[in-house]
Design a protein around this ligand. Sequence first.
Ligand SMILES: Cc1ncc(COP(=O)(O)O)c(C=O)c1O
Length: 453
Amino acid sequence: MDEQASQIEGSRTRDAFAKARYAGREHDRQTLCASSGIQKMRIDAAKEKLAIHGGDPVRSKSFPSWPQFGQAEEEQLLASLRSGAWGKVQGTEVSRFEKRFAEYHQCKHGIGVVNGTVAIRVALMALGIEPGDEVIVPPFTFVATASAVIEANATPIFVDIELETSNIDPKAIEAAITPRTKAIIVVHLGGLACKMDTIMDLAKRHGLAVIEDACHAHGAEYKGRRLGSIGDLAAFSFQSSKNVSAGEGGIIITNNGELAQRCWSIHNCGRVPDGKWYEHHCLGGNYRLGEFQGAVLNAQWDRFEDQAQTRERNGRYLDEQLAGLDGITPQVRTADCTRHAYHLYSLLVDPDILGISRETFLEAMAAEGVPLMAAYPIPLYHEPLFTNRAFGPFSKAANMDYGNISCPQCEILSTRQGVWIEQRYLLGTREDMDDIVCAIKKVHGNRDQLSTG
Ligand SMILES: Cc1ncc(COP(=O)(O)O)c(C=O)c1O
């Protein structure tokens, strides 16, 4: 099969359908949105009838699909299959990927594991987190950041985020530290670096370990340093949606040799590097990443740098083009972020300024052919897992009353304002970005025609 053939196949069918529906209007659309330039777009977008009210949609073709793959993935996967070395212990694909990924992220050690959730749990176990210990986490994240703490039989302590970055607020971390606090898990939300100097400084002052949940942050940087290399340990995910993917998968990276050794043992049934196969020194499990995933990841990794640069270029462009819209604010890209991963391009859509709800905005955007997503809709401490303390055998956090927690900034983002653009959109062309901008401006300019009820 040709490079990228499979993904092009899918979008061709969609494009043909869209073209037929759109016949004759393509020229007008281009006049409005792309070839006429952004200045004219600004003027005309507000005049157009919204697609949700029967007007012409801004866009009729699909955005780039994900995952992207081709001949390289097929060949490397087949070679791994034919080699008969299907497990990490026998093969070379995972170990090659671990080395490449860790080096790129300025770390000496990489341990490939089954997924990002397990990467966090193994990191916590390696740090020696014990029952009764508290681990500070943000509530605006995927459940795994906090559930991995429960699975390590410790207690997640939720602290608020900053509205403008979506990232954990260092002041809230400091305020939540108790004698039981042992670690902080920071999440670089969407691929934007947390305030790592401040966080590492307070961690040092209080003797706390820092785990970077870098599951959104492949290749991102803070002051020129790759995320994942700043905390004590970092966890990445290669689940289907992630910027580097093998369907499932994860990795722990670190510059600390001792922690690396512990993670290696835990992910390999408690074995030690020079020990015998049936010789188990600590509690662990078989959390090893498989060779087929390693083969896919090596091929995906060859594509990564180009993709990361494209997302970075397009993310910066969207920032420029979306600046100054009343009530629609892109995630603030702090000066310390020297490269964003743009796993998510985040927006705050403020219903109090716009006069329409986030959901109404999303419906209007979808009708314009630019479907966006609501951000994590529930602060984690309001999830039934936490309100019901449904922690199974891991009972140490059971004394916490999660129903009483309130993180106001997270609640604004989750329940009212947070909107995401998927990373695959940012792999598109400049014209694709102009369509996103045009649709947002069109909905923004005509918001008085939208009723929220
Ligand atoms: C922020 C964050 N942390 C952890 C994870 C867990 O990764 P995985 O799904 O590979 O277990 C995810 C995955 O969605 C995530 O988004």
